[in-house]
Design a protein around this ligand. Structure first.
Ligand code: APR
Length: 231
């Protein structure tokens, strides 16, 4: 079975009703990044940050995986699929993808504010626990924090992701503006012999000296076209 590696971003979940970051009216138009997605912002006003993620976490209860997520899960019948996602939602998993690497953390998880990557304090929230309040404590007694990688923080999962990208026979970029590193840098680790596809309704300027098969469509239609092309 060929190794198929997906790199997905916010556009993957757009058709499920979750807004992207940099499209018009996107999340970064509504919220100042430095206040809600940096360690400094969290230190300055933890309650604002907790509520920003509480809102996004509760949204998970009202959205469903779209045909793009489901199509990727079906590809597991014919390929060894690894989904490397920048998204913090759980829609790839809910669609049935069984190997998902979250580079930027996961909305349904919380951790220690002192030692975010300590597995002893990592916790998966049940839906009834989706509202995290100031004063809720992690196992080490520090404030329970969203398990999200904020700007300026390390991306430990990038090492594992790179190992899978280096073995890709097919690499598919879906719904990301390729603006944020190290995620966007994964393209540099794709073997020269691999085929690269890009699914996005808008042109994405990728500075890569290699042939990229562009499917200029949304995730749902684009994944269907991809499946036809891969047959
Ligand atoms: N289907 C596929 N792609 C879409 C769709 C759709 N229906 N709608 C929009 N897109 C594309 C946009 O054209 C854009 O290229 O999705 C991409 C979204 O880009 P961004 O909003 O920049 O999101 P992303 O690339 O995932 O951001 C990366 O930045 O803010 C941080 O941590 C955050 O993980 C995020 C990272």
């Amino acid at each position: 079975m060929k190794n198929l590696v997906i790199l997905s971003g916010a556009g993957m979940s757009a058709e499920s009703g979750i807004s992207t970051f940099r499209d018009k009216g996107g999340l970064w138009d509504q919220y100042p990044v430095e206040q809600v997605a940096t360690p400094e912002g969290y230190a300055r006003d933890p309650e604002l940050v907790l509520n920003f993620y509480n809102e996004r976490r509760k949204q998970l209860l009202h959205v469903e995986p779209n045909a793009g997520h489901l199509g990727l899960a079906e590809l597991e019948k014919d390929f060894k699929v690894t989904v490397v996602t920048q998204n913090i939602d759980n829609l790839h998993e809910r669609a049935g993808s069984t190997h998902v690497i979250h580079l930027h953390g996961e909305l349904t998880k919380v951790c220690s504010s002192y030692d975010p990557y300590n597995p002893h304090f990592l916790k998966e929230l049940k839906p009834e626990e989706y509202e995290v309040k100031l004063g809720d404590r992690a196992g080490d007694g520090t404030q329970l924090r969203p398990f999200i990688v904020w700007f300026g923080e390390a991306v430990p999962a990038i090492e594992t992701a790179t190992l899978f990208v280096e073995k890709a026979d097919i690499f598919v970029i879906i719904g990301t503006s390729m603006n944020v590193y190290p995620a966007a840098g994964l393209l540099n680790y794709v073997p020269r012999a691999a085929e690269v596809y890009l699914i996005d309704p808008k042109p994405v300027d990728i500075h890569a000296m290699r042939r990229i098969h562009v499917i200029q469509k949304g995730a749902s239609e684009g994944v269907n076209e991809l499946k036809r092309l891969l047959r």
